[in-house]
Design a protein around this ligand. Structure first.
Ligand SMILES: *Cc1c(COP(=O)(O)O)cnc(C)c1O
Length: 353
């Protein structure tokens, strides 16, 4: 009925959504706490709300397919020419298009694990050969990557789900010693503050993927972008759907870039909550919490904690069994202070039972 590779692909696991938990346990939808999808829990800025309203009255129209106004805003934000930027429907679509323009059948794709599961799905769709590599302490090192003759390497910095960044000196060593394309997924970079996007001006084989879903809190709008050399960007423009970003997505992303002060403050709150949560969670018996440069925490425990939390209306992501992880692991998104507090109280109860 369809290609055998489709048979082999495990569906992407999006975790639980509030609707699922509400239905399963009879909890009112509004009181479910969603800490499973690394979303930004704060409301949009006034500018973004206004842009959404403006876009609403225009939804019978197509947005301009060049999306030039948005590219120019991103160009200002990053200090990189708009010719080095392509905009996409979320970072997910960006990653897919990179695979489409780079990977031929039987090309090798290298993926460090534990990592974002979408990379393997997208590489498999291109009938690529995939090499998964594990690193000590989850620290990506150039030498082990360079043992493989790859066409495409997926790096994620800061990494989902480990929360740590890949050192620039390692990335640089890879870029200087391989002809392969290196994609660096920077979906969480604003929480870490060390983007390498500008390096695309120096390295032709570097391509950086960014998102409006996390720091800018526009997960529901589906807007992302790619930063790379002009040839790669032109390639993406060729395969991209003409109107891949909706009118509201286009308008709200531009408004978000005009609300930097607001989103910086939001990120500061998230970061201080993250550090507070890490301390509190570390005190729970049997918990190990990894350092994080993102808006989530990776927690290793001696037992399952997500099922009991779900019954209490709190969603976290159970990533036990993810390739490259051994033992029970959970990814917890930093929520609003009162949500985090409820999570911690419940976890203290569960772990003392
Ligand atoms: C959330 C996330 C993205 C962003 O995806 P969007 O399609 O922009 O919502 C990309 N990469 C990683 C690793 C992520 O965790």
């Amino acid at each position: 009925m369809y290609r055998s590779v489709i048979e082999l692909i495990n569906p992407y696991d999006p975790g639980y959504f509030p609707e699922d938990i509400s239905e399963k346990f009879g909890i009112p939808l509004k009181s479910v706490i969603q800490l499973g999808s690394n979303e930004n829990p704060y409301p949009p800025s006034h500018e973004v709300k206004r842009a959404y309203e403006t876009a609403f009255s225009m939804i019978n129209r197509y947005p301009h397919p060049s999306y030039m106004a948005l590219k120019e805003k991103i160009s200002e934000y990053l200090g990189i020419s708009s010719e080095n930027i392509a905009v996409t429907s979320g970072a997910g679509e960006a990653l897919r298009h990179i695979c489409e323009i780079v990977l031929d059948t039987m090309d090798t794709a290298v993926i460090p694990v534990p990592g974002y599961t979408l990379y393997a799905i997208l590489a498999m769709l291109r009938d690529a050969i995939i090499r998964f590599i594990e690193f000590e302490d989850y620290r990506v090192r150039a030498d082990e990557i360079l043992d493989h003759d790859f066409r495409l390497l997926f790096l994620c910095s800061p990494n989902n789900p480990t929360g740590n960044t890949v050192e620039w000196k390692e990335i640089r060593k890879i870029l200087e010693n391989s002809d392969g394309i290196v994609v660096v997924d920077e979906a969480y970079v604003e929480f870490a503050g060390k983007s390498i996007a500008k390096r695309v001006e120096e390295y032709e084989n570097l391509i950086v993927v960014r998102s409006f879903s996390k720091f800018f809190g526009l997960a529901g709008m589906r807007v992302g972008y790619v930063v790379g050399n002009q040839r790669l960007i032109q390639g993406i423009e060729k395969v991209r759907y003409p109107f891949s970003i909706s009118y509201p997505g286009f308008m709200t992303a531009m408004a978000a870039l005009e609300s930097m002060e607001y989103y910086r403050k939001v990120a500061e709150k998230i970061i201080s909550e993250r550090d507070r949560m890490r301390k509190e969670l570390e005190e729970i018996r049997g918990f190990y919490v990894y350092p994080s440069e993102t808006n989530f925490l990776l927690v290793k425990t001696e037992m399952d904690i997500s099922t009991s939390l779900e019954k209490r209306g709190i969603i976290i992501r159970d990533i036990t069994g993810l390739m490259g992880l051994e033992g029970h692991h959970f990814r917890i998104t930093v929520g609003l202070p009162e949500e985090n507090e409820r999570l911690i109280q419940h976890l203290k109860e569960i772990s003392s039972m």
